[in-house]
Write a new protein. Structure first.
Length: 547
């Protein structure tokens, strides 16, 4: 079981808790997140201080007792801290000795406290916890130390690897949590139904966390407090890839990239034209042209759905949509400046030249991942061919399966380990020709000699071009020793022969959901035992949890 640390912050090393070192991206994101949290908390506390004073007066008039409640919670790396809230319960022994979770119509809650809970105003003092670094604006909601003991070890490590937050995706989904819990079954329902799903959502937040996701969660939290849309339940995918994330990733980021590419293209083309004579259009016109082209290009891209293409995984033919957008934007720019009384021939040369360079740059930006992988593969292949030792492969067959194997072997992940020496095909017209980047060096009957001559270590039989008679040639594997023989299945041939009515596969969610659910299922027996043992402890606890 993951140990709950009761020491001061920094008293336990991360590797002792099993927390992996952060990557550079997560580190930078963490710094931005902390700066954002500090700034928002400072401004919020300053602006809300008069409002806090009014609430404090109302609390004192509503019932005797302190204004604030400091509740023990588990923070980052399992460190216990005191979370600040406005007091919402009567200052009585029953409040201190009751259940750790509050449900609907809990008689410990004061009239004003009920309103503060419904409006979530009782959570605002946690801006202080955010200011001093114990919490964040967005993060998994901090839990009571005893409830954390019911969590499986690996889930605890993952969730507690980040700062807890004032709000979270789980808080948005379970914003009406108290109304879901009824007297007599509060602890049982919370531990067995609500808590597992909240853990799953917290795990997803930790895995997908980003600055834009935080803004999405804050936006959803604010919107769902409005009375007219309070009953709306956003789909789970919109919680993690919400309006802000989509706006930035699908529109703003590409507009900025396109603007920079066009600006650089116009500046370069203008400098080249200036070599052949005086020419100066002014930086204002350059920026205007770049903004105009980028805006038109983005507008056409929205109509053609280029913003919905995952470019790192897009096929090359998708670049045709980019060309259409480029053609429309270029034509519009020429027409606009023609009717704006620009008569200089060099000016139109700049527009056309920079337009061509912009298209090239826009394509490179979107396909940069694939281009870098291709260049890396080419460099590695040449270096490896120069002297590195790799498994020498003979590909038998020339159909679609052979094509897929050749493509796979060309990937950087496999080109370091394997080298296709040649292809074997019984088609006499293909002998000596190159297919899929490799030369056809013989027929099936020549394989024994080819293995010895080229020191072949692996023979791959590409399924769809190999009939049963041809496979008989390879029954006696000793003939081809020391080469190993493997059969590559004809996946696409199998799919085409399948009866569509015989498939009943149902997509039930994302891989992340499945992984989280699997983690919870794997630990379900452990959790149930721990929760059943801990329920009496909650009912007899002497610590107050004003959740």
């Amino acid at each position: 079981m993951f140990r709950i640390t009761l020491r001061l912050k920094g008293s336990k090393k991360l590797d002792e808790l099993g927390i992996p070192d952060n990557s550079l991206r997560i580190t930078v994101t963490g710094l931005v997140k902390r700066a954002f949290d500090f700034t928002v908390a400072l401004i919020g506390l300053t602006l809300l201080s008069p409002f806090f004073l009014i609430i404090a007066i109302l609390i004192k008039r509503d019932s005797p007792g302190p204004v604030f409640y400091w509740g023990p919670r588990i923070g980052r790396y399992g460190i216990v801290f005191k979370m600040l809230k406005f007091r919402t319960m009567y200052e009585t022994a029953k409040s201190y000795h009751g259940l750790r979770i509050t449900g609907k119509n809990d008689d410990r809650i004061t009239p004003l406290g009920s309103w503060l809970r419904d409006t979530k105003l009782n959570e605002l003092p946690q801006l202080w916890n955010v200011l001093i670094g114990e919490m964040s604006m967005v993060g998994p909601r901090p839990e009571d130390p005893i409830i954390c003991k019911t969590w499986p070890t690996n889930i605890s490590r993952e969730i507690l690897s980040v700062r807890p937050g004032i709000t979270s995706p789980a808080s948005v989904v379970y914003r009406d949590e108290e109304n879901m819990l009824h007297a007599g079954e509060v602890m049982q329902k919370y531990l067995h139904e609500l808590s597992p799903d909240k853990m799953r959502l917290d795990q997803l937040y930790v895995r997908y966390r980003s600055f834009w996701l935080d803004l999405d969660v804050i936006l959803w939290t604010a919107l769902l407090l409005l009375p007219k849309i309070k009953s709306y339940s956003p789909p789970e995918q919109l919680l993690f890839v919400g309006p802000v994330t989509r706006l930035i990733q699908r529109y703003v980021s590409w507009f900025v990239w396109d603007f920079l590419v066009v600006l650089a293209s116009i500046s370069f083309t203008s400098a080249v034209v200036r070599l052949f004579g005086p020419f100066n259009i002014g930086w204002e016109t350059v920026v205007e042209m770049a903004l105009g082209f980028s805006a038109l290009y983005s507008a056409v891209g929205i109509l053609l759905n280029t913003n919905r293409i995952n470019w790192p995984k897009a096929p090359t033919w998708e670049s045709g949509r980019l060309s259409v957008g480029w053609l429309v934007a270029t034509t519009a720019m020429l027409i606009f400046y023609y009717y704006s009384d620009f008569t200089s021939l060099r000016f139109y040369i700049v527009i056309l030249g920079s337009s061509v360079l912009s298209l090239l740059g826009i394509i490179i930006i979107r396909y940069r991942g694939q281009l870098m992988n291709g260049l890396l593969s080419l460099v590695l292949t040449r270096q490896l061919d120069a002297g590195a030792t790799r498994e020498r492969v003979l590909l038998v067959g020339s159909g679609r399966t052979a094509e897929h194997i050749a493509w796979l072997m060309d990937h950087p992940a496999y080109s370091r380990k394997f080298q296709i020496v040649g292809v074997v095909d019984d088609d006499l017209r293909s002998q000596g020709m190159k297919i899929y980047g490799s030369k056809v060096i013989g027929t099936v009957g020549d394989i024994e000699n080819i293995v010895k001559q080229h020191d072949i270590g692996l023979i791959i039989l590409a399924g769809n071009q190999m009939n049963s008679y041809k496979y008989m040639e390879f029954r006696n594997t000793a003939r081809f020793s020391p080469a190993r023989i493997v059969v590559a299945p004809d996946i696409f041939g199998s799919l085409s022969n399948m009866d569509a009515g015989s498939t009943n596969i149902e997509v039930i969610g994302s891989l992340e959901n499945f992984q989280c659910q699997h983690c919870l299922v794997r630990h379900s027996n452990e959790q149930v035992e721990k929760r059943d043992l801990l329920v009496p402890q909650f009912e007899s606890s002497t610590s107050d949890l004003q959740k």
